[in-house]
Design a protein around this ligand. Structure first.
Ligand code: COS
Length: 388
């Protein structure tokens, strides 16, 4: 966490180049991504050449070694474009890389981190058909058999599953639920292993091009070296630690997209006329713009503050939950107001704001619903009170 990251000058020029790449390459490709529900392979190659798949991977494994705060600035910029572009890199550079860096063995890091840098797409398998927010209640099992584990179960709504080279899969290594959720272990599962299959891509409300599907494991036999860190019972804590960072990435994604949405509303308000003048002249429209700008600023400040605290070595689980909750809810409100500013046009699919509205909805759900985050925050408050 005390990582200095990339040299600040180098980083500033990388961010400038990224801003141009996003506007000149990614935004113009959005229509194709949306109609094909997939990012074209050539564009994925360009993203990989740009270094987007290795952002957080340490330099010794070939990555850029960005600090958390630098990584979040990159996600803010990237998220000006359609959310599919963040999704395809953020599982590998986010939750999966974090889990490997914090809890992987040296062999596991050496095997998987360079593949991420090279553009391997990764998935994170926690959610199941019958366990979402109660993630420790999972059914997927990993049974020890000599030098191997045999995995069975289905993981649901798994981002990137149709394109992933490997997945970090949480599975129970004990039939009984154990204290601290120690019945959960984490496994590195290559998607070409016999017994792994992928369901049909889900049809979603929005976020076209960000593919999710079931990841199905049927008697998948893995060498014991696939167990993350080589130790059973750590999977839940690994997942929760990884999700702390994942929630910041979702927050940055929501903020970056909210910037785009608000810019679109501001532009429209200056172009659209009513009663003989641009609607931007009307104070009730101005109120919606001002409320959105203020919430955006608050979310940006929270995000940068939590990154600063993490760099100072503080535990950030509770604050990460606060930022994710606030930023995702704010993005939802900003999208809703922007539809209102567009008026009738805002409800029409031919205007981009209709898609922004649908795309934004999931930020309040994945990587911890607003309600789970409220629970995390309030529990921490009560714990602190009881410790005084
Ligand atoms: N960092 C490190 N350790 C953590 C942690 C974190 N962020 N969160 C929990 N832990 C540890 C706890 O300290 C506890 O360890 P000890 O027993 O040794 O103290 C252990 O993990 C179990 O934690 P807890 O008792 O809080 O677990 P619960 O079963 O009560 O679950 C919730 C808590 C519901 C908050 C958790 O399951 C959760 O966040 N669920 C949502 C999961 C999610 O985001 N799903 C989306 C999937 S990815 S799209």
């Amino acid at each position: 966490m005390h990582d200095p990251g990339l040299d600040p000058e180098l980083f500033a020029s990388f961010l400038d180049a990224l801003r141009r790449f996003v506007r000149e390459r990614l935004v113009p490709a959005e229509a194709t991504v949306i109609s094909a529900d997939r990012i074209p392979a050539e564009l994925l190659d360009e993203m990989s050449e740009f270094g987007l798949f290795g952002l957080t991977i340490p330099v010794e494994f070939g990555g850029a070694g960005l600090s958390l705060s630098q990584y979040l600035e990159v996600i803010l910029e990237l998220s000006w474009a359609a959310p599919a572009f963040r999704s395809v890199i953020a599982i590998g550079t986010g939750v999966v890389a974090t889990a490997l860096k914090l809890d992987g063995t040296e062999e596991q890091k050496a095997l998987w981190l360079p593949q991420l840098v090279d553009g391997a797409i990764a998935s994170f398998g926690l959610t199941e058909p019958d366990s979402g927010s109660d993630s420790a209640g999972m059914k997927t099992s990993a049974v020890k058999d000599g030098d191997h584990y045999v995995l069975n179960g289905t993981k649901r709504y798994i981002t990137n599953a149709p394109m992933a080279r490997f997945a970090l899969v949480m599975a129970r290594t004990s039939r009984e639920n154990l204290p601290g959720n120690a019945h959960v272990s984490a496994f590195l599962v290559p998607t070409d292993a016999p017994g792994v299959s992928i369901g049909r891509p889900d049809q979603k409300m929005g976020q076209r091009g960000a593919l999710t599907a079931d990841l199905i494991l049927q008697d998948v036999r893995l060498e014991a070296s696939a167990l993350l860190g080589g130790v059973e019972g750590r999977g839940f804590k690994t997942a929760m630690k990884a999700l702390d960072g994942g929630r910041l990435s979702v927050a940055a994604g929501a903020i970056g997209y909210a910037r785009r949405i608000l810019a679109s509303g501001l532009q429209y308000a200056t172009e659209r006329k009513a009663f003989g003048e641009p609607i931007a002249n009307f104070q009730l429209i101005q109120a919606m713009l001002a409320d959105s700008q203020t919430e955006l600023y608050a979310a940006e400040c929270m995000l940068r503050d939590v990154a600063r605290l993490a760099a100072a070595g503080e535990r950030i689980s509770t604050k990460a939950a606060c930022v994710k909750m606030f930023a995702s809810e704010a993005c939802g409100r900003i999208a809703d107001r922007t539809v209102q500013i567009y008026g009738g046009a805002g409800y029409m699919a031919e205007y981009e704001v209709e898609r922004f509205f649908r795309d934004s909805r999931v930020y309040r759900i994945y990587e911890g619903t607003t309600q789970i985050l409220q629970l995390v925050i309030a529990r921490a408050m009560l714990k602190e009170l009881n410790e005084v």
